[in-house]
Design a protein around this ligand. Structure first.
Ligand code: GLY
Length: 344
C-alpha cells in the first residue's frame, strides 16, 4: 500500500470519528483532499573528498534550520578561502598566462532557481557570486569582466588570487612546457607535477527534504585563457531537482559537459536508480562518448572524472573510474567513504 493511500485512509477515518454524531461516514462524505504525509528526509551532505570540512559545516547549518543553498555555500567557501587548496578559489592554479580564472554554479531546489559565473577573476568566493546571480537577476550565467563588475557592485573586492605557491607551480610549468620555446627548462628534480583539474561539488538534503547543489573551481590548471569547464554549466557541474535529488562532478570538465552528467545522474535517480547506481550509469555513458584520443590502450579513459549524488530520501553515492573516496556528513558525522569503481 502506498504512503499516500495510507494517509488518505487515516484522514477519512479521523474525519469519520470527528463527525460521527452527524452520521456522515466515509462512504457519504465528499472526498477529502489528499494529505501529503511524506516521511521526513534523512538530512545529508555529500561532496568531493576535499569538502570533508565543508560537509560538516553545511550539515550543522542545515540541521539548525539554515536554507539549503546558504548551508552549502558556507561549506564550499572553506575551500575557496583556503590558500592551500590549489583547485578552488584563492590559491587555485592559474591559466597558461598565470591568471586565476574561477567558475561556479549553484541550484536552489525549493525555488527552482540557478546561478553561475564563468572565467571570473579576482574574487575569492565565486560560489557567493553565483548565488547573487541566482537571487537577484533574471539570468543564469555571467562571465569574465562583467561577472567581476557584477561582484564589485555588491561590494566585493578585486584581489590577486595567485598565491606564492601557485605562482611557483605556474613558473615551473611554464619553464618546462616545451623544448622548442624560449623558456629555459628547469632541472627535472625541481619540476612540480601539479597539472590537475580541481573542484569542489557539494549537495545537500535538509530535514524537510529540500535540496540544493553547488560546484566551484579554479578549473583545469594551465588552461587556455577563457576556457570554461563544466562547473558553471547547469546540468553538467551540478544539478538539483527538489522532487528527486542532486548530483555534481569533479574531474575533466569537457568529458562531463558532453553527457550533461549531473542532469543525467538526476534523471537516472528519477527513474528509480539508487544514487550510486545512477552515478555509475553516468560514468558508463561518459566512456561511450569518449573519443579514441582520450582512451588508453586498455580502452579506458585516460582522465579522471567523479560523480556524487543524493536522493530526496537522503540516500547517497559516488562513482569514479578507479578507487576514489568522497565526503559525506549525516547523523553519523563527517567521513570519507568509498566511491563505486567502474573498473575494479
Ligand atoms: N571539473 C572542473 C573543470 O573541468 O574545470
Amino acid at each position: 500500500m502506498s504512503e499516500s493511500s495510507l494517509s488518505r485512509r487515516s484522514f477519512l477515518g479521523a474525519a469519520g470519528a470527528v463527525v460521527a454524531g452527524t452520521a456522515i461516514t466515509p462512504s457519504t462524505a465528499v472526498a477529502a483532499p489528499w494529505v501529503s504525509r511524506r516521511p521526513p528526509a534523512k538530512p545529508v551532505v555529500v561532496a568531493s573528498a576535499n569538502g570533508i570540512r565543508g560537509v560538516q559545516r553545511a550539515f550543522d547549518l542545515v540541521t539548525a534550520g539554515s536554507d539549503t543553498l546558504d548551508a552549502i555555500v558556507e561549506g564550499v567557501k572553506i575551500q575557496e578561502l583556503d590558500p592551500n587548496d590549489m583547485s578552488v578559489g584563492y590559491g587555485g592554479l592559474p591559466n597558461e598566462e598565470g591568471v586565476v580564472q574561477l567558475d561556479a554554479s549553484c541550484m536552489h531546489g525549493p525555488s527552482k532557481r540557478a546561478g553561475a559565473v564563468g572565467a571570473l577573476e579576482g574574487i575569492k568566493t565565486p560560489s557567493e557570486i553565483a548565488r547573487l546571480v541566482l537571487k537577484y537577476t533574471n539570468h543564469i550565467m555571467l562571465v569574465g569582466k562583467d561577472a567581476q563588475r557584477f561582484a564589485t557592485s555588491y561590494g566585493y573586492q578585486v584581489e590577486d588570487l595567485l598565491t606564492p605557491r601557485a605562482r611557483e607551480a605556474w613558473l615551473h610549468w611554464r619553464a618546462n612546457r616545451g623544448a622548442g620555446d624560449d623558456w629555459l627548462d628547469v632541472a627535472r628534480d625541481e619540476r612540480l607535477s601539479l597539472s590537475t583539474t580541481g573542484t569542489i561539488n557539494m549537495d545537500v538534503v535538509a530535514p524537510n527534504g529540500d535540496i540544493s547543489s553547488i560546484t566551484t573551481t579554479s578549473g583545469l590548471s594551465w588552461k587556455i585563457p577563457g576556457r570554461v569547464g563544466d562547473s558553471p554549466i547547469i546540468g553538467a557541474g551540478q544539478y538539483c531537482d527538489n522532487d528527486v535529488g542532486a548530483a555534481g562532478s569533479t574531474g575533466r570538465g569537457e568529458s562531463n559537459i558532453m553527457v550533461c552528467g549531473a542532469f543525467l545522474t538526476v534523471e537516472f535517480m528519477r527513474q528509480g536508480m539508487h544514487p550510486k547506481d545512477a552515478a555509475l550509469a553516468t560514468l558508463k555513458r561518459v566512456v561511450e562518448k569518449t573519443p579514441p584520443r582520450l582512451l588508453g590502450p586498455d580502452g579506458r579513459p585516460n582522465f579522471g572524472l567523479n560523480f556524487y549524488a543524493v536522493n530526496k530520501a537522503g540516500e547517497f553515492g559516488g562513482a569514479a573510474f578507479g578507487r576514489s573516496r568522497f565526503a559525506v556528513c549525516d547523523e553519523q558525522g563527517a567521513r570519507l567513504v568509498d566511491s563505486a569503481a567502474l573498473y575494479e
